[in-house]
Design a protein around this ligand. Sequence first.
Ligand code: DC
Length: 194
Amino acid sequence: MPFIIAIDGPAASGKGTIARALAAHFGFHHLDTGLLYRAVGAKGGDPVAAAQGLSAADLARHDLRSAEAGQAASRVAAIPEVRSALTDFQRRYAAQEPGAVLDGRDIGTVICPDAAVKLYVVAEDHVRARRRAAELGADADRILAELRERDARDAARTAAPLRAADDAVVLDTTTMDIDAAVAEAVRIVRGALG
Ligand code: DC
């Protein structure tokens, strides 16, 4: 059976960096599921049709990392039909041998509730805003407002809201640098691998 690692958490908590590092460390596949919602939001038109017809070219767009694309993603992600159109792809991706790391908002709760390891990565708002602002070369106050708005929408929606699975390990990266956060995540996964 493939080994599945589910990583969820609010925007810019460090989950993407941790997911990539875990996948490289253990030789697993990695899927950034936020990119799917960003691609749907960026496509424009009917979001349900966009989700149903999502292509590799849609995912390769170069404008998906912006704050605007994040907001558009968060809006379309509240539509249940958009989420269900993307579910099968994510579950098939997760089923690849020898294992996969998926990061998002609902991986441990909805997409892969039986994942071997579930991490819920958090960090204090200002710290997340500072990190993301440095990454995008943007203003930290503007990014802080944007992250808060997105997290509030993602947590308040009815369809697969942002929340930690009951059996998730919470990893708070507020006072950690990337190396420390990755080391801790590797330690948790090693424990589960036995
Ligand atoms: O992880 P990200 O910041 O790239 O995600 C962008 C938006 O997509 C996020 O605000 C909410 C949505 N999303 C989601 O609803 N479910 C996921 N599994 C991943 C992302």
